[in-house]
Design a protein around this ligand. Structure first.
Ligand SMILES: [Zn+2]
Length: 183
C-alpha cells in the first residue's frame, strides 16, 4: 500500500512538472510574412503581450497613423506553426479588403464567411511551408478552440475548410482576385 501511494505521489508530481512546463514554455517569435493589402499598401506587424493571455491570437486593424496593421498577441505562447497561420489569416483580412467594409455582426453568416475565406487564404499560402506544418497548425488551432469552449461542430468545419483549401490547385493570387471580384 505504501509503495502504491508513493508511486501515486510521484506520478502527481511529474504531471505537475509537465503541466507547469507547458504553461511557461516560451517560443521564439517568427518574423512576419510579406503582406500587402487590397490597395497595394504594405501591412505592418506589431507584437503585443499580456501576462493574462493564454494563447496566441491576432487582430487585423487599420491604424490611423501607420495604415494597415496586424497586432500579434502573445506569440511567445505558441509554436511556429500557429504563429505562421495566425499571421497569414490576419493578413488575408487585409488582402481581401475586409477592413474597408463595415464589420458584420459577430457570428453572422457574413462574418463566418469572411473568417473561412481568411482561413482558406492562410491554408493556400501555407502550401509553401509544407504539410507537416499545416497539420501542426490545425492541431494547435483545435487545441486552442476547444480550450476556449468552441463547439465540436465548428472546430470540425473549420478544420475541414482549412484542409480542403490546402489541397486546392489554385494560386493564392487568383483565389484572392476571385474574392475581390465578388465584393
Ligand atoms: Zn479572422
Amino acid at each position: 500500500m505504501r509503495v502504491l501511494s508513493v508511486t501515486f505521489i510521484m506520478i502527481l508530481i511529474s504531471i505537475k512538472i509537465a503541466w507547469s512546463k507547458d504553461i511557461f514554455t516560451q517560443f521564439e517569435i517568427i518574423s512576419p510574412p510579406s503582406c500587402i493589402n487590397n490597395n497595394g499598401v504594405n501591412v505592418q506587424f506589431q507584437n503585443l503581450s499580456s501576462k493574462l493571455g493564454k494563447f496566441s491570437a491576432g487582430v487585423a486593424k487599420r491604424n490611423k497613423k501607420s495604415g494597415p496593421i496586424v497586432y500579434r498577441l502573445n506569440y511567445e505562447k505558441s509554436p511556429k506553426a500557429l504563429q505562421i497561420f495566425i499571421d497569414l489569416h490576419e493578413c488575408a483580412h487585409h488582402q481581401t479588403g475586409d477592413l474597408e467594409q463595415r464589420h458584420p455582426p459577430q457570428n453572422s453568416p457574413k462574418h463566418m464567411m469572411k473568417e473561412s475565406i481568411s482561413d482558406c487564404i492562410a491554408a493556400l499560402r501555407m502550401r509553401k511551408s509544407g504539410e507537416m506544418l499545416m497539420i501542426e497548425s490545425i492541431f494547435e488551432l483545435k487545441k486552442a478552440m476547444s480550450t476556449l469552449g468552441f463547439p465540436l461542430t465548428s472546430i470540425k468545419s473549420r478544420e475541414l475548410n482549412i484542409s480542403n483549401c490546402f489541397k486546392k490547385k489554385i494560386s493564392t493570387k487568383l483565389y484572392i482576385s476571385e474574392v475581390l471580384k465578388k465584393r
